[in-house]
Design a protein around this ligand. Sequence first.
Ligand SMILES: *[C@@H]1O[C@H](CO)[C@@H](O)[C@H](O)[C@H]1NC(C)=O
Ligand SMILES: *[C@@H]1O[C@H](CO)[C@@H](O)[C@H](O)[C@H]1NC(C)=O
Ligand SMILES: [Zn+2]
Length: 170
Amino acid sequence: MFFLFYYLLLLCTFAESHTYTDQPKPEKNGQELLLCRKCGTDIADSYYLFSKSSPGAQKVEKQNLFGRQNVTVQSLVNPFGVKFEIVTIEKTRCKIIGSPQGADSWFPGYTWRICACPHCGQHLGWVFESTEDGNIAEPQRQSFHGLILSNILGENFTDSLIMMPKMYKM
Ligand SMILES: *[C@@H]1O[C@H](CO)[C@@H](O)[C@H](O)[C@H]1NC(C)=O
Ligand SMILES: *[C@@H]1O[C@H](CO)[C@@H](O)[C@H](O)[C@H]1NC(C)=O
Ligand SMILES: [Zn+2]
């Protein structure tokens, strides 16, 4: 009964989240939508994942994730000693919170702000914004986002969810 309830609840959230159409979706090439793990709202498309390593990363790995090969996953630690595994992505539908913070940025030349779920407010990662223009030979990317892996899901996760409902109880 409990599981059935969660299943129905999930169906509702996904039905709702898939009605967003603010921008044309890129062609489907096996990539997946990335969802907020807490509420199921779609927040990004794995099409836009790209590799950007922080010089402060404790560990950088390539993983096959969200329908993409060799996605750069890096472990970063904040000044409070909290460790995050993040993926970098060109753009998301995050709600951006606060003013740009320059101190302790994981990416030199970029400030950071909090990126939260536009639906439930869950902290999903950060947006990094350039403070430099770079140079003509190597222009600096204006901004990109870092998403916390443990706070997002690929849309195809729901397939396995139906087979293994206990996973939702994490
Ligand atoms: C996700 O599911 C869709 C629809 O079933 C499928 O077309 C796509 O290939 C799947 N992607 C991955 C990475 O399994
Ligand atoms: C991923 O990495 C493997 C091993 O280095 C390589 O053979 C493969 O072509 C890469 N795939 C993509 C899409 O870059
Ligand atoms: Zn959410």
